[in-house]
Design a protein around this ligand. Structure first.
Ligand code: NAD
Length: 493
């Protein structure tokens, strides 16, 4: 849609400037970019388009805050109190945060409230609680020496996040980084920068000192690249596509060899054996697995691998559930699905669907844009059957509500197809034989496996992938390891 056709929505004002050193400020260049509501096509706000000058200022502020120990030097219990106050403030601002998330990236308001805001707050509370519970070690050396193994914060951590769960993805990185005493520069996705800026404001209000948590909205090729290449950033925690993840490895090698943690794309296989107890229950799980959040999930159940003996029965059931996931107005509390994040992304999804049709796969349901009268970017829940495991439909991450069904004969073949992509993030197996299911679970090359369930989630469990889905884990106590270094201190006794 041409800029001239857009008009601003009438909603409460959003934070639109960068947060650097405790103050909101425009980009040094004065440039902005549009934050668009993908459900209407209208501009919500003009957001500071930060570039290398702003990123440099943010990194300098973060470095100064780290070196004078205004955060890392606090008593851990004090850092804990501040992070917990931050979590409480997120809960207290639940309605505004949820509405902003929905307006900025199109997800249903009910999900934004009950999932995104809650999980972000819970994440800050969880890692806040860790501040005074992480110990160093005394190594078992000889009696005339004392060898301490200290855990020290890294310094300045750059967090670069995607648009599908803007607040949660930010929280998964920022919370453990802050808990360990680091300073942070967060670069949210250009499609959905608004809640990150609001989080920055709430962090200040909670008592996170100026300069410790900075937010630099901007384009990936400008602000993201500048952060990746910065010589004074100690680590990058990235969630996004495999393609951009590769850039961050290059940025590191072209700059200061900063460590890089990558949570990347996926092509989850949802394997259904012939002996499942309840096909209706399986169908519900598959439909939710692929259509929830408009399919914009790194763990979306995008490949249904089903034993050929029950394939038709299951495909019929999943297709019958698709209308329940038809997108609605994201602000309608009854909507189960909303808009996809942008018109550009809608175009990518529709192109992948067209490629699927051309490949000879059978389009069972969906396949089109819907709600076009709204002016927004919506895609109907889509199911393809008879998909070849080697085809683009089965190999490429579409990141939309598009299910590819692949038949198999026996679990051996299922495992081979499931592992036959470059990705290794999520996988699921459903079977009436729990032992067989667990054997399959062990053979999946994936970081997260579901047995007779899907998308179970808890902050206490590690989340991340293998192969080209990246490395490093978000969530759980294990995530803390990414944000600290071990220092050995020897003393002669
Ligand atoms: P993306 O890779 O396009 O962008 C992610 C971030 O990188 C954004 O902040 C973007 O501005 C920035 N960026 C883009 N190009 C850049 C460049 N050249 N240099 C530096 N920074 C750049 O991803 P997206 O479209 O925002 O998100 C969707 C992707 O995220 C999917 O592939 C999805 O699977 C993945 N994802 C993975 C997980 C996980 O935990 N593994 C979770 C959510 C999303």
């Amino acid at each position: 849609m041409a800029a001239a056709e857009r008009t601003a929505d009438h909603y409460p004002s959003f934070r639109t400037q960068a947060l650097i050193d405790g103050a909101f400020a425009p980009a040094a260049s004065g440039r902005t970019f549009d934050a668009v509501n993908p459900a209407t096509g209208k501009v919500l706000a003009q957001v500071a388009a930060c570039d290398s000058a702003d990123v440099d200022r943010a990194v300098k502020a973060a470095r100064a805050a780290f070196e004078d120990r205004r955060w890392a030097g606090l008593r851990p219990v004090e850092r804990k109190r501040i992070l917990q106050r931050f979590a409480e403030l997120i809960r207290a601002h639940r309605d505004e945060l949820a509405l902003t998330e929905t307006l900025n990236m199109g997800k249903p308001i009910a999900d934004a409230r009950s999932i995104d805001v809650r999980a972000a707050a819970d994440c800050f509370a969880y890692y806040g609680e860790c501040c005074d519970k992480v110990y160093g070690e005394v190594a078992p050396t000889t009696a005339d020496t004392l060898a301490l193994v200290l855990r020290e914060p890294l310094g300045v951590v750059g967090c670069v996040t995607p648009w599908n769960f803007p607040m949660i993805m930010a929280a998964w990185k920022v919370a453990p980084a802050l808990a360990m005493g680091n300073s942070v520069v967060l670069k949210p996705a250009e499609e959905s920068p608004l809640t990150a800026l609001h989080l920055g404001e709430l962090a200040l209000e909670a008592g996170v000192p100026a300069g410790v948590f900075n937010v630099v909205p901007g384009l990936g090729v400008e602000a993201g690249k500048a952060l990746g290449l910065h010589m004074d950033v100690d680590a990058i925690a990235f969630t996004g596509s495999t393609e951009v993840g590769r850039y961050f490895l290059r940025y590191s090698s072209d700059s200061n060899l900063k460590r890089v943690f990558l949570e990347l794309g996926g092509k989850t296989a949802f394997v259904v054996a012939h002996d499942v107890a309840d096909l209706d229950e399986v169908a519900q799980a598959v439909a939710a697995g692929i259509f929830f959040n408009q399919g914009e999930m790194c763990t979306a159940a995008s490949r249904l691998l089903v034993d050929n003996r029950i394939r038709d029965a299951l495909v019929d059931r999943v297709a019958a559930l698709a209308p329940r996931w038809m997108p609605g107005d994201p602000q309608d509390p009854a909507a189960r699905a909303g808009a996809v994040v942008s018109f550009e992304h809608q175009g990518r999804i529709l192109a992948a669907i067209a490629e699927g049709v051309a490949s000879g796969a059978r389009l069972v349901t969906g396949g089109t844009a819907v709600r076009q009268e709204s002016g927004g970017a919506f895609v109907a829940p889509t199911v393809f059957d008879g998909v070849s495991p080697a085809s683009a439909l089965a190999q490429k991450e579409i990141f939309g509500p598009v299910l590819s069904v692949i038949g198999f004969d026996g679990l051996e073949e299922a495992v081979s197809i499931a592992n036959g992509t470059v990705y290794g993030l999520g996988a699921a197996v459903w079977s009436g034989d729990l032992a067989a299911a667990h054997q399959v679970a062990r053979r999946f090359k994936a970081g997260i496996v579901y047995v007779n369930c899907f998308d179970a989630d808890d902050i206490t469990t590690p989340f991340g992938g293998v192969k080209q889905s990246g490395f490093g884990r978000d969530k759980s106590l294990h995530a803390l390891d990414k944000y600290c270094d071990l220092k050995t201190v020897w003393t002669r006794l």
